[in-house]
Design a protein around this ligand. Structure first.
Ligand code: AMP
Length: 228
């Protein structure tokens, strides 16, 4: 079996939105509700940095500065991950594409396998709220469940509600000064993709400023229609 056949007929969804919009949180919920696989290029890159791979070494300083890793590295990492057997269930892309070059590469990759994007969903948020959202967030080191100091604390301090893990971690690039750079990169390089997918007829928009569960429910409705 070739890479090209692994994705055939599997739904492909894209979550667009600035850092802090809730892409990771919502992708995890969609994964459970719709039996899809979340593919986060941020997670893949952090794993590459932790493993000390060649790509990870090249990406580390760029990520710490809040800038975008080169298209070449990110596209190669995503292409490899998409070829894994579990992706045959369908995927939710979280944090990819982030540039027009990446969007075009994804279109080509999918076209090669007779596949298409079911929906590119923009999580619409106000910039002003993003710094507060990002600076309070942390995840369980064991299972990856996401939390927030104010908006979604753990029920018992220091203990993960989902798995009982007691080690929590915060991202190095969630510092206020790096967040500002990440938002700038989003507006300069990623926001134009909203027009790109609108033109392609695949764009949907979801208001992502309210309560997490309400947003999840609206998003799930959009996804159900897109993969029907
Ligand atoms: P995220 O976890 O999606 O917020 O990504 C964290 C960091 O990883 C970003 O600030 C970028 O430095 C890098 N990154 C993740 N996805 C991409 C991508 N598609 N293109 C370029 N850089 C990326």
């Amino acid at each position: 079996m070739t890479d090209a056949t692994t994705l055939t007929a599997a739904p492909v969804l894209i979550l667009l939105g600035p850092p802090g919009a809730g892409k990771g949180t919502q992708a995890r919920k969609l994964e459970q509700a719709h039996g899809l696989v979340q593919l986060s290029t941020g997670d893949l890159l952090r794993a590459a940095v932790a493993e000390g791979t060649e790509a990870g070494k090249r990406a580390k300083a760029v990520m710490e500065a809040g800038e975008l890793v080169s298209d070449e590295i990110v596209i190669a990492i995503l292409r490899d991950r998409l070829a894994s057997p579990d992706c045959r269930k369908g995927v939710i892309l979280d944090g990819f594409p982030r540039t027009t070059v990446q969007a075009e590469a994804l279109d080509r990759l999918l076209a090669d396998s007779g596949q298409r994007i079911n929906a590119a969903i923009s999580l619409d948020v106000e910039d002003a709220a993003m710094v507060e959202r990002i600076s309070g967030r942390f995840t369980c080191a064991t299972c990856g469940e996401g939390y927030h100091d104010s908006f979604k604390p753990t029920a018992r301090a220091g203990t993960c509600d989902a798995c009982g893990g007691t080690e929590m971690k915060r991202r190095a690039d969630d510092k206020a000064e790096t967040v500002a750079q990440r938002l700038e990169a989003y507006h300069a390089q990623t926001a134009p993709l909203i027009a790109y997918y609108d033109k392609a007829g695949t764009l949907s928009r979801v208001d992502a400023m309210g309560a997490i569960d309400k947003i999840a429910s609206n998003l799930s409705d959009v996804v159900s229609r897109a993969i029907a």
